[in-house]
Design a protein around this ligand. Structure first.
Ligand SMILES: C[S@@+](CC[C@H](N)C(=O)[O-])C[C@H]1O[C@@H](n2cnc3c(N)ncnc32)[C@H](O)[C@@H]1O
Length: 285
């Protein structure tokens, strides 16, 4: 193994930079992770090694190069209908329930809060078209956000190579919702336009967002430190309708992080909603 050239001070500097601007917590002893992930930023800025990059970062006011370094530390792993079961639960239970509850207003607002290259919000858009055709006459919004402009750019194109398309999409879904060409598959325009992509930093100030019926916040808090995790879950409650649902990644939970949620187990997956207020404990009064 090649010894890292990062000094302890530079390591601390990079860790703090990344955590402050994204919430992502890089544990001690992960020098190799910085070296590997920042290699492309080192090259793009004409540096010979990571030390020169750190010197440039330290010497300049926070700007584009700092953003590039932070973005390079994110993990973009995703796939269509990732993990399967949560989408089954959405199809069988959550969406029918929400649709029944919203039948007067005929409005449904959904947030994919760390949408990466778009497979997650597009899976939702496809699910709605496949199984809930009556929603064609509703006001349905799917807002998809991510920290990284680069993945948002890719997501907006709706273009996927063969390997990406094969991860989670059946042949009939591919045939119905994508156009095939030499490079892979392009999601049909009418489905693409049902998702609105925006840049949004979960670890920054939360600006103008509507209240949501359903929030997908999957496979992102796993990278955050405990305080950032708690802050995001607390803020998320403020944007979730009282009877709305939150879905986290399979390895994530609100338990012991934010006890104001209650868990609902469905189809081998866990959804969360805001817990009803607890009755006053007479003995404690
Ligand atoms: C592993 S992907 C998860 C994608 C999708 N939710 C899924 O489960 O398949 C994590 C995504 O979180 C994004 N991310 C990381 N930190 C973020 C932050 N502070 N605010 C918003 N998005 C962030 C990354 O850019 C990346 O696209």
């Amino acid at each position: 193994m090649i010894a890292s050239t990062l000094t302890a001070a530079d390591y601390r500097y990079l860790s703090e930079l990344v955590e402050t601007h994204s919430g992502i917590c890089v544990e001690d002893g992960k020098q190799y992770l910085f070296e590997a992930r920042l290699a492309s930023v080192v090259r793009q800025h004409g540096h010979a090694n990571i030390n020169q990059l750190v010197n440039q970062l330290r010497a300049s006011v926070t700007g584009a190069i700092h953003r590039e370094a932070v973005e390079a530390m994110t993990t973009q792993e995703t796939s269509f209908f990732r993990d399967g079961h949560p989408f089954e639960a959405l199809r069988k239970v959550i969406l029918p329930e929400l649709i029944a509850r919203r039948s007067q207003a005929r409005r449904l607002t959904i947030w994919s809060a760390a949408s990466s290259t778009g497979q997650e919000p597009y899976s939702l858009a496809i699910l709605l078209r496949e199984h809930f055709p009556s929603l064609a006459h509703w006001d349905v919004k799917i807002i998809a956000t991510d920290l990284c402009e680069s993945v948002l750019g890719r997501a907006r194109t709706g273009r996927y190579n063969r390997a990406e398309a094969a991860r989670g999409l059946s042949a009939p879904l591919l045939a119905r919702y994508f156009q095939e060409d030499a490079d892979g598959f392009l999601l049909r325009e009418e489905v693409r336009r049902t998702v609105e992509f925006r840049q949004f930093n979960l670890a920054g100030p939360w600006g103008s967002l509507p209240e949501f019926d359903l929030i997908l916040l999957r496979n992102v808090l796993i990278y955050f430190g405990p305080a950032a995790k708690r802050r995001v879950l607390e803020k998320t409650r403020g944007y979730l309708k009282p009877d709305g649902y939150l879905l986290l990644g399979a390895a994530e939970t609100t338990l012991h992080v934010d006890e104001a949620y209650e868990v609902v187990h469905l189809e081998r997956s866990s959804f969360y909603r805001i817990a009803p207020p607890r009755p006053l404990n007479r003995a404690a009064r």
